[in-house]
Design a protein around this ligand. Structure first.
Ligand code: 3EB
Length: 341
C-alpha cells in the first residue's frame, strides 16, 4: 500500500524548518507534524531515534554542543520503518535517513548501493522526486586507493542515478560535507510532485564540471524550487566560492564567504524569475573548515541578512581542499495571504 492511498493530499500543505535543540522532544510521544531532524554534534541526542527519522551527524556546531535542524509539516505524518530505514511520510513529502553498512568494498560502492536503495524506496513509496539530499561521510578529501574519497562518492552516486533512469539535469539540491566519524549517511526529502531545478548563471552546472574534478561530475542542481501545497519553497545546495567551475580566493575565508553569498543571491534571483515569492524567510547553514575563520564568516553572512538566528554555523571539511566555506539554505515562502497583500 502506498502512502498516497493512505492519505488524501491536502492543498493546504506546508513545510517548515527550524534550528534548535531536538532534546526538547526527549520525552513523551513524538510531536505531531515533525518529519525529522538532523542533529549535529558528537553528543547529539538519540531520544528521537526510532520515533521519527532523526540522525546524529558527527559535525561540531560552533558555540554549542548540539544543534538540530528540524523539518515540520502542516500535514499528517506517518512514521514507518522498512528494511532498516526509518522514514516519515506526509501526503506530499517523504523524509528519511539511510546509513551505509560497513560491508561495502569502497566508498564508491557504498554510495552506489545507498543511492540505489534510496531510489527503490522513494519509487515504491510513491515519492519518486528527490528535492533535497544531505550527504555526510568522514575523511572527505582523503585518498582511497588512488582516488579522493569525495570523487569516489561522486562516482558511485552518479552510477546509481544512471542505473535507476534518473535525469541528471533534474538532480536534487544537495550538499556533501566531511564528518569527523560515522558511516556514509544520506538524509533525504522527496516529493510526489516533480520540482523545478534552478541553476546559477555564475557557475557551470556541477553535473557538467570538467573531468579534472573527478571521473564523474557531481550529481546535484544548484537549487530546487518545489511547490508544497500553495507555497513555493527553495532548497539551495551547498554553495561555495566557485565561479565557472573554479575555486576562487584560495586561503581567504572572508572573500570565499562573500563569493558564496553572491552565488546564493544569483540562485535566489533565478528562482524569483521561475516563480519564487519575494516574501519569506531564508535559513542558512554555514560549514566553516577552520575555527579561526568563524567570526569573519559570521560577519559576512549577518551583514547580508541582518542579525538573525536563522543561521547555523558548523565546523566541517568541504569537498575541495582549498574551499574554506560552504553555505546551504532554504527559502520558506510566507503564507499565501501575506503574499497577496
Ligand atoms: C560545488 O559547488 C561545491 O557533491 O552533492 C556543493 C553542493 C558541493 C553539493 C555534492 C558538492 C555537492 O561544487 C561542493
Amino acid at each position: 500500500m502506498t502512502a498516497q492511498s493512505v492519505f488524501e493530499r491536502a492543498v493546504t500543505a506546508s513545510l517548515g524548518v527550524s534550528f534548535g535543540c531536538a532534546d526538547r522532544f526527549a520525552s513523551g510521544a513524538a510531536p505531531a507534524g515533525i518529519l525529522g531532524a538532523i542533529c549535529y554534534g558528537s553528543g547529539a541526542s538519540h531520544a528521537l531515534t526510532g520515533r521519527i527519522p532523526a540522525v546524529s551527524i558527527d559535525i561540531e556546531p560552533f558555540n554549542t554542543s548540539v544543534a538540530s535542524e528540524i523539518w515540520t509539516t502542516s500535514e499528517p505524518v506517518r512514521v514507518e520503518a522498512r528494511g532498516g530505514v526509518i522514514m516519515s511520510a506526509s501526503p506530499s513529502l517523504l523524509f528519511g535517513v539511510l546509513t551505509a553498512d560497513k560491508s561495502a568494498a569502497s566508498l564508491e560502492q557504498a554510495a552506489h548501493d545507498l543511492y540505489a536503495q534510496l531510489f527503490a524506496l522513494i519509487d515504491r513509496q510513491g515519492y519518486p522526486h528527490l528535492l533535497r539530499l544531505w550527504n555526510y561521510f568522514p575523511a572527505i578529501t582523503a585518498d582511497e586507493g588512488g582516488l579522493e574519497r569525495y570523487r569516489r562518492f561522486t562516482l558511485g552516486r552518479h552510477e546509481a542515478f544512471v542505473e535507476r533512469g534518473r535525469t541528471i539535469e533534474r538532480a536534487p539540491a544537495a550538499c556533501a560535507l566531511g564528518s569527523r566519524s560515522g558511516p556514509l549517511t544520506l538524509v533525504f526529502l522527496a516529493s510526489h510532485r516533480s520540482p523545478q531545478p534552478i541553476e546559477n548563471p555564475r557557475q557551470i552546472s556541477a553535473y557538467r564540471y570538467p573531468e579534472r574534478y573527478g571521473p564523474r561530475s557531481p550529481t546535484f542542481s544548484r537549487a530546487v524550487l518545489a511547490r508544497i501545497g500553495a507555497r513555493s519553497q527553495l532548497f539551495i545546495s551547498g554553495t561555495a566560492s566557485i565561479v565557472g567551475h573554479e575555486s576562487c580566493h584560495a586561503g581567504d575565508a572572508l572573500a570565499q564567504a562573500r563569493e558564496a553569498m553572491v552565488n546564493i543571491g544569483a540562485v535566489l534571483g533565478e528562482a524569483r524569475k521561475a516563480g519564487l515569492g519575494s516574501s519569506g524567510r531564508l535559513l542558512l547553514k554555514a560549514y566553516v573548515r577552520r575555527a579561526e575563520d568563524l567570526s569573519g564568516v559570521r560577519s559576512v553572512i549577518t551583514s547580508k541578512l541582518g542579525p538573525t538566528d536563522d543561521v547555523m554555523f558548523l565546523k566541517a571539511d568541504i569537498c575541495r581542499p582549498e574551499l574554506l566555506v560552504e553555505i546551504e539554505g532554504t527559502w520558506l515562502q510566507s503564507d499565501c495571504e501575506e503574499q497577496e497583500r
